[in-house]
Design a protein around this ligand. Structure first.
Ligand code: FAD
Length: 368
């Protein structure tokens, strides 16, 4: 007889959130302890209302230290350089308290780790253990996924994302800014660390060779290139952290589940960070798997293949759709031809004027 009901392999944000969610159901959980402790993460994640709701229910959100999460009240998306096209969203116009939250990646990991330590149903283990269900949360380079013979369908973008923390001389006022500047996509996410009201999380996606050149620049050189790219609308910017870089791809596992195993988070799917949805999708996986296990027939084991297919059916389609949307946006804004540039900039302006369409788009982003 197994001592554990569920063995969770990978204890990133998705793995820890799953451990807490399933422990609440009274299941005995073995959670793999990281072989190396998480290093410094300069990223600030954009989280949807639904993700924050899950983290609140797990008593993780309220455990965040002061200034680790910042509300986004407005969002401004700009088109190609030289065009006046822009799309603006506001929480007030959409009738919601905030459009999203920007949260410190390292603080969120730490708050989850703290909650895990206090949960009696979770045991941290150094080696894989047997259990009725193995939940694979090992991220995009998962080895356990490979062991299960799952095909990993990956399309590399030939792009790299550079992330860093910035401080501006002007207040951010809770406004997130994004520029689609073919082929670059650049986002400034309002944040309160290191300086309350004046900080931003930077995510700058661009072709690999240029990203490498930008990473090699010294601090003044990088800051100048950034300022040239975004202009003066956010004020004068300075770097407030090291820079880190990630290769970008669209990827999805051919199967997400089988008898006694299931994939979640980046181990199941990876999307371009332009819409800030990767972790939101992973937390939605957690929410759905926990519900499917909670509502199972009493005679079904947590590793029952048919049960796990319910989870896969519910999650695979919306995840695939989000992948297509981010990919479509990226391809649309990568085209250099004049007529396409004109059309996409007009498209932004048109969407901006259509209140119901904007409400629908915001609803999708809040709900993922
Ligand atoms: C630049 C950038 C910005 C982003 N911004 C956003 C955003 O704003 N909003 C958003 O929602 N998403 C964002 N994302 C996506 C987000 O980072 C990922 O979707 C999320 O981190 C995935 O979490 P995870 O727990 O599934 O995987 P990971 O974070 O990769 O965690 C996997 C864990 O498993 C461990 N592990 C790996 N292999 C093994 C093994 N063999 N055995 C045991 N443990 C193992 C690893 O050490 C790690 O702890 C961004 C991504 C990038 C690159």
């Amino acid at each position: 007889m197994n001592r554990y009901d569920v063995s969770i392999r990978g204890s990133g944000i998705v793995g820890k959130a799953l451990a807490l969610s399933l422990a609440k159901l009274g299941l005995q959980i073995a959670l793999s302890r990281p072989s190396v402790p998480p290093g410094e993460d300069v990223r600030a994640y954009a989280l949807s209302a639904k993700s924050v709701e899950l983290l609140r229910a797990l008593k993780v959100w309220d455990g965040l230290p002061p200034l680790a999460a910042t509300a986004v009240y407005d969002m401004r998306v700009e088109g190609d350089a030289g065009s006046v096209a822009a799309l603006e969203f506001s929480a007030w116009e959409q009738g919601v308290g905030e459009l999203a939250w920007i949260v410190d990646a390292a603080a969120l990991e730490a708050s989850l780790a703290q909650a895990v330590r206090f949960q009696a149903h979770i045991t941290e283990v150094d080696a894989p253990v047997t259990a009725a269900l193995v939940a694979v949360c090992e991220g995009k380079a998962s080895t356990e996924r490979e062991v299960r013979g799952v095909e990993w369908q990956r399309h590399g973008y030939g792009q790299t994302a550079i992330a860093a923390r910035l401080v501006a001389d002007q207040p951010h006022r809770g406004v997130a800014r994004q520029w689609f500047r073919s082929p670059d996509v650049l986002a400034l996410l309002p944040f309160d660390r290191p300086e309350a009201g004046h900080s931003y999380g930077l995510v700058w996606s661009l072709p690999e060779a240029r990203a490498e050149a930008l990473m090699a620049l010294d601090e003044p050189g990088f800051t100048q290139a950034l300022q040239d790219a975004v202009g003066a609308s956010a004020g004068t910017l300075r770097l407030a952290s090291a820079r880190a870089a990630w290769p970008l791809a669209l990827a999805q596992a051919s199967r997400w589940s089988g008898a006694g195993w299931v994939l979640l988070g980046d181990a199941a799917h990876v999307v371009h960070p332009l819409a800030g949805q990767g972790l939101n999708l992973g937390l939605a996986d957690v929410e759905v798997l926990a519900r499917v296990l909670r509502e199972r027939e009493t005679w079904r084991s947590v590793g029952d293949e048919k049960l796990l297919r319910r989870y896969e059916r519910e999650r695979a389609a919306p995840t695939w759709a989000m992948g297509r949307v981010t990919d479509g946006l990226l391809q649309l804004f990568a085209v250099e031809s004049g007529p396409v540039r004109e059309l996409r900039n007009r498209g932004l302006t048109l969407v901006n004027q259509l209140a119901p369409l904007k409400r629908w788009l915001t609803g999708r982003a809040l709900d993922s």
